[in-house]
Structure formats: C-alpha cells, structure tokens
Design a protein around this ligand. Sequence first.
Ligand code: SAM
Length: 286
Amino acid sequence: MENLTNISVVKDILSRHGFTFSKALGQNFIINPSVCPRIAEEGNAKSGFGVIEIGTGIGVLTAELARRADKVVAIEIDDRLLPILEETLAEFNNVKIVNADVMEVDLHKLIAEEFGGMEVAVCANLPYYITSPIIMMLLESRLPISSITVMVQKEAGVRLTAKMGTRDVGAVTAAVRYFSEPKLLFNVSRGSFMPAPNVDSCVIRLDVLNESRDDVKDEKFFFKVVRGAFSQRRKTLANSLSSSMGIEKSVVYDAIKSAGLAETVRPEQLSMEDFISVANTLYDMV
Ligand code: SAM
C-alpha cells in the first residue's frame, strides 16, 4: 500500500477519485505518520481483538488497526470514500467496511455477528460535529467492549477526562466516569491533519467498566440530576437543580445536606459519590 500520510500520495488519490472534503462530515484526515500507529498501539488493536472504527476517511488509521488486530469493522457514512478504500485497503483481508451512519447501526448485533469470541475495542478519529453523542451512545448502550480510544478536540478531551471535583467538569464528565475510567493519552497539533482544522486535538482512551452500578436507585433520574446540575454553570447546585428540575428549593437543600454538603456547593465541586447521594435522596423525596 502507498503511504497514506504522504501529502502528494493523498492528493493524487483524492484527485483521481474526484473527492472533495466535506466540512459538514468533519473530514480532516490524519497526515502525521506517528499518530495512527500510536492510536492503534494504545487502543488495544492487537491479537485476540476485533476493532470497530468509526469514520475511515481514506483508511489511514484503518490500515494500522488491520495490521495489528484480528479483524476491523469500519463504519463510514460517506459513500464517495468506498472506491478509495477499495484501493487503499486492498492488501487487507481482515477489514469490512460498513457504509452507514454510526448512530443508526445496531452495534450489539454487529459485534455478535462479526466478532464472535474476540475482545472488542473501538478506535476512531471522530468527526467533531458529533463527538459527545457518539461517545455517549457507545457507553449508554452498554456494548461488550473493553475500551474506546478516540481523537477529539482538545477542549472536549479535557472535559471528557477531567477529574470529578475540578473546574473542568461538565455533565458529560460525570456521565463518562459513570461508565468508564478515562485517560488523556497524547496531544495532536492541528498541522497533523489535511485540511488543518482551527483547533488542536488530543487522543483519549475510556476503559469501560464492566461491573454494574447498583448504588444508583434510578439511572435515568441520576442522569437527569447530573444534566440539571450543570445546566446553569455559574449557579449553585441548589439553584440549578431547583430551576432545571422544577423542585422546591427547600427539598433540594435537604438532599444536599443529607449528602453532607454545604448549601452553597457548586456542581463542579461534587464527587461521583456526592452526585449519587444527592440523586438517590431526591429520588425518594420527589
Ligand atoms: N479516520 C480518518 C482519519 O483519521 O484520517 C478520517 C477521520 S475524519 C475526522 C471523520 C470521518 O468520519 C470522515 O471520514 C467522515 O466521513 C466520517 N463520518 C462523519 N460522520 C459520520 C457518521 N455519523 N457515521 C460514520 N462516519 C461518519
């Protein structure tokens, strides 16, 4: 296979196929040769593993995954890339391309049908317009996967991997930490892509927690509380929860106090256990 991080090779492939980048689909392809091998190495692409890739582009990461893992199933929404992938991935017989929107694919079925007996990891350079919805869909659907290793915008990476109780925390942080152990792996500069985006990126890995959470009384209600808590960033937890969930302030204060927290506490100061305690108490009260 030709070198898919060589700019003139990439330009030649794209122009022979008359391909033009779609900004709406978040098409910024990796041209830094050190990035894809590192995502594959740190993302569990290895013997005994099957990998789901989301968004192939011209296959630069797909090839590195296919070199290391037993099988790769790559989901790509843009059918204009299919003839290109036929050419760039011709040497691999362990790659299957699924032409679909990842949000519409039944991933439980796909894993059962394609990866019998293998451990499964997800690796991707995610389209930025839909980063959080994809990550939350992967986690919330409780797929039998070990890890999710993804390139995201730097700011998103900071939020997704923030420690609870720090100022970088948002609703998505708490949600991610509910299902996984997140880790920031490395930063990637904007010049590593073609075309170059206006922002820098980073690669994060979420190691999916297998044990179920039996300390939460009602999962749906818990996430409602988390979203409500962060819905008005500068407000106290009591004010945010009271106005976003329509619960009387005195009831919210009682729940906050019974978690051992001050009435003036802000949502970013809470640990996961604090959120669980407040949500469980509120669940019994409303
Ligand atoms: N993996 C390639 C790379 O690193 O060079 C391409 C990454 S590019 C940031 C994102 C890719 O995701 C594009 O190829 C785009 O067409 C694809 N994509 C965008 N939205 C998608 C969706 N909803 N489902 C599947 N693929 C999608």
